[in-house]
Design a protein around this ligand. Structure first.
Ligand code: BTN
Length: 324
């Protein structure tokens, strides 16, 4: 960790208490001048720090800036995730795929506050404006057959829903299969991409990408998603994005370590946004009205059409509203 990251960690843990430059220098075994430079660099990054000559430094506000130091502060299992925060990226999924192809280890995580080429499902773009959302991807190397890959997406959906309830204090629900809804608006999308080994077609690695709209984007949402997209918080809150990312990673790791598919399906069902609702199944450009009647043990969505025929959907797209 750099001096800057170490200073931030100490200030974050000092909870508005002053700590002298001399103390910081002693703890970190560096010069007072290095501490001063670290403080200036934190201020430049947007942190509000009070400095008084007799008391020292106190962190007044982190202005909800994303930082690996703060995320790690809230992570329970320090060994699994290897977290890097970058100001701007093309797409965290694209970057993690590059790392996966290089053979890097499971747990490598890239977090960013801005994507210039955020990718969504079905080749769509994912709106990822600067400073109001958080976008991150995790490299996973699960020892599972390809047909179990769906459970990675469902575990992530559960983890996001649980984290939103824990950190934001709002109930969140999962629209099959990987959109998270709060107050009837999509606040999060998940893109899980598996890379298969060419030798035996087993999973080589998985890129798990999660994008969350935390605040209202400065210029609003683009027209095409304005009827569906929503955000979690009206006003900025101290350190909330870091807490949210950490909580998602904590919840995800618990489920992933256990990999209890029955438990995952059961939880997924209780968090469903569509169960027992009228939905539209989108297939070959057509929208077919149906009732979502069940979610099976493989996380397939069981639907009943108007003519009483029943189908289990294992992939594809549904909508809760008719799309014009
Ligand atoms: C969707 O709603 O279609 C899925 C959106 C997934 C977006 C996330 S943001 C982090 C990661 N990087 C990407 O380019 N996409 C995923």
């Amino acid at each position: 960790m750099s001096v800057k990251e170490n200073v931030l960690k100490i200030l974050l843990n000092s909870q508005n208490q002053y700590i002298s430059g001399e103390n910081l220098a002693n703890i970190l075994n560096v010069s007072r001048n290095s501490i001063w430079k670290a403080i200036k660099s934190l201020e430049k990054a947007g942190y509000t720090i009070n400095a008084t000559s007799n008391k020292g430094y106190a962190l007044i506000s982190s202005n909800d800036i994303l930082s690996s130091t703060s995320i790690k502060n809230h992570i329970k299992n320090q060994d699994f995730f290897d977290i890097t925060v970058l100001d701007e990226v093309t797409s965290t999924n694209t970057l993690i795929k590059e790392r996966g192809n290089l053979g890097e280890h499971e747990g490598v995580t890239i977090v960013s506050g801005h994507q210039t080429n955020g990718r969504g499902r079905l080749g769509r773009n994912f709106h990822s404006p600067t400073d109001t959302g958080v976008y991150f991807s995790v490299l996973l190397r699960p020892k599972i057959s390809a047909d179990k890959a769906i459970f990675i997406t469902t575990m992530a959906s559960i983890a996001v829903s649980e984290a939103i309830l824990e950190v934001i204090k709002k109930p969140a629900h999962i629209k099959w299969v990987n959109d998270i809804f709060v107050e009837d608006r999509k606040v999060c999308g998940i893109l899980c991409e598996a890379s298969l080994s060419m030798e035996n077609f087993d999973i080589d690695y998985v890129t798990l990408g999660i994008g969350i709209n935390v605040y209202n984007p400065n210029n609003g949402f683009p027209e095409e998603i304005s009827q569906i997209a929503g955000f979690l918080l009206e006003h900025r809150q101290e350190d909330i994005k870091n807490k949210l990312v950490a909580s998602i990673l904590n919840h995800f790791l618990e489920l992933y370590t256990e990999f209890d598919t029955e438990k995952i399906s059961a939880k997924y069902k209780t968090l469903s946004y569509v169960l027992n609702k009228e939905i539209f199944v989108i297939k070959d450009g057509e929208q077919k009205k149906a009732l979502a009647i069940d979610i099976d043990n493989a996380c397939g969505l069981v639907v009943k059409y108007d003519n009483n025929s029943i189908e289990t959907l294992n992939s594809g797209e549904i909508s809760t509203k008719i799309i014009n």
